[in-house]
Design a protein around this ligand. Structure first.
Ligand SMILES: *Cc1c(COP(=O)(O)O)cnc(C)c1O
Length: 373
């Protein structure tokens, strides 16, 4: 008898593209074609010359258009990904006291960085159980509210709104959300992310959409003389970004792939197009799970179920890890759950690059596996 791991899923059921990882995202073939076409005069050329600087300018202008940024908002970028941005914000955005909404692994990390910083006061942390999100509370003395648009470890999304009556900066980790979820830029001061999720590029860069109030904060902290390692200096990043450069050498392919994805979004209608693709996939995935007698959405409140990262629990009789293993053996990869959540679960990305038809095919493939076990 063949072991379940050797189960072969019929080709007509399989997704055309088997990449469902929560990051890096599936990259579209058209992005790679565009990179290959430009490669001979783009890759391997100076990031201080116009060929690359124009591409960075295209990224900055394209993001301003995509997010419909109001006058005075600026697009900053630098090396190190979103993880570096937590340290950058610790040095260059928080005056003294921050408030952090913690509802999973990613949202906890910024709070941890702030707690360890000797130049800042103790942050206020408001937590909630995995699978839910807490609410920010406006308080005197809080100069930065740290929100997370989409908690990638649990598949919970939350609306981005300024806490009523607050005066502090609203600083949003949008790493997995940006491009895949709708946001109103007047509700944030800093919206930061990395290109390897909804923008279907590679990792290593951070990007921050900054309001005039955020720019003023960056300038004020820089002028205060606070010691800051140059690599984490937001004023240095601001000055370089205005010249369409980064402080040190960026990955040129990452910038090119990112620019292609931004153009694809903008040419097809902007954020409503890209977020629409994710929300269509989410309808398919959660609709399937709700109708299933062995799978159910992990997030109870349907309004909080992420459109970019779906978390699906399985009944005790079904081993989700075995399903992920069989899928992987059939070329359908990275559906494993977030390790530390420790649930009998699959986690499925629905970034804009992923076709909703492939989400439907994934559901059909899971049905086939469960029916065969
Ligand atoms: C992926 C992710 C990060 C980490 O991004 P890196 O670019 O790998 O540092 C941070 N926050 C959220 C919400 C994420 O999804």
């Amino acid at each position: 008898m063949t072991s379940p791991e050797n189960l072969s899923i019929p080709t007509n059921l399989l997704p055309r593209d088997g990449r469902f990882g929560a990051g890096p995202s599936k990259v579209r073939a058209a992005q790679l074609d565009a990179l290959l076409a430009d490669a001979p005069h783009f890759l391997g050329t100076s990031h201080r010359q116009s060929t690359v600087k124009d591409k960075v300018g295209e990224v900055r202008d394209g993001l301003a258009a995509l997010f419909n940024l109001p006058d005075g908002y600026e697009v900053l970028l630098g090396n190190g990904g979103s993880t570096a941005f937590w340290d950058i914000a610790t040095f260059g955005l928080i005056e003294q006291h921050s408030q952090h909404l913690v509802f999973g692994e990613f949202s906890s990390k910024f709070a941890t960085a702030v707690k360890a910083a000797p130049h800042l006061g103790d942050p206020e942390v408001i937590s909630s159980e995995p699978g839910t999100h807490p609410q920010a509370i406006a308080r005197d003395g809080i100069d930065l509210y740290a929100l997370t648009h989409n908690e990638t470890s649990t598949g919970v999304m939350m609306p981005i709104l300024r806490p009523e009556g607050s005066t502090g900066l609203v600083c949003v980790d949008a790493t997995s959300a940006a491009g895949g979820l709708i946001v109103d830029p007047t509700q944030f001061d800093v919206y930061y992310f990395a290109p390897q999720k909804s923008f279907a590029s590679d990792g290593g860069l951070w990007i921050a959409l900054c309001s005039p109030a955020a720019i003023a904060r960056i300038e004020a902290i820089a002028a205060s003389g606070r010691w800051t390692p140059e690599f984490f200096n937001l004023k240095t990043a601001l000055d370089n970004s205005r010249l369409n450069q980064t402080y040190n050498t960026p990955a040129l392919a990452t910038i090119h792939l990112l620019a292609s994805q931004i153009s694809w979004f903008n040419e097809n209608g902007g954020l409503s197009f890209s977020a629409g693709r994710s929300s269509r996939s989410a309808e398919v995935l959660y609709g399937w799970a709700e109708a299933s007698d062995f799978a159910t959405p992990f997030v109870q409140n349907s309004a909080e179920r992420s459109h970019v990262i779906g978390t699906i629990d399985f009944t005790d009789e079904i081993d989700a890890a075995l399903i992920a293993k069989i899928l992987r053996a059939n070329g359908v990869v990275d559906t494993e759950p977030y390790r530390k959540l420790g649930r009998n679960q699959l986690r499925i990305a629905m970034f804009p690059a992923i076709d909703s038809e492939d989400i439907a095919a994934l559901c059909a493939s899971i049905n086939y596996i469960v029916g065969s076990l």
